[in-house]
Write a protein of this length. Structure first.
Length: 153
């Protein structure tokens, strides 16, 4: 069983937290991931800009940051022992999500799904050099998104 902690960092969210959690659980199921725990912090541009500056030395807001705990020395256990593997944390700027949706001419709910999938893929070890549509991770992300097109927050 997976566990996701959803945190609102000084913002309001028009979407159902329960539906976001269900969506993430469905993505984890599709990827065959079980016994994971991670958090998603929904924040504004100022908060994510501070994180981006501190951890990536980029003094700008971004849509999503992922902090994987794969380098930790803590014993996460194995799925068979009943312990959860703490995969890491995702920070998602709701302000940039809205800007992205407008820029790409998609509804905000679609962009939210895209970013959640993106973060989960990063936690699962995938990476990309650019955001170009020919990147393996971006292609995989968009294919997963197609499978969840009917879900509305």
């Amino acid at each position: 069983m997976n566990k996701i902690d959803l945190i609102l960092q000084d913002i309001s969210l028009e979407y159902s937290i329960e539906n976001i959690e269900k969506f993430c659980m469905s993505v984890l199921d599709k990827l065959g991931i079980n016994d994971w725990e991670f958090s998603i912090v929904f924040c504004d541009d100022d908060y994510i800009k501070e994180l981006n500056s501190t951890y990536r030395k980029k003094n700008e807001a971004t849509d999503i940051l992922t902090f994987s705990d794969t380098d930790s020395d803590w014993d996460f256990g194995t799925p068979d022992d009943g312990k959860l593997y703490y995969a890491g944390d995702i920070a998602l700027s709701v302000e940039t999500l809205r800007k992205n949706a407008e820029y790409f001419k998609v509804v905000e709910g679609e962009e939210l799904k895209r970013l959640l999938i993106h973060g989960i893929l990063h936690l699962n070890g995938m990476d990309h050099e650019t955001n170009n549509s020919d990147e393996e991770m971006i292609i995989y992300q968009e294919n997963i998104l197609k499978d969840f097109g009917e879900i509305v927050f």
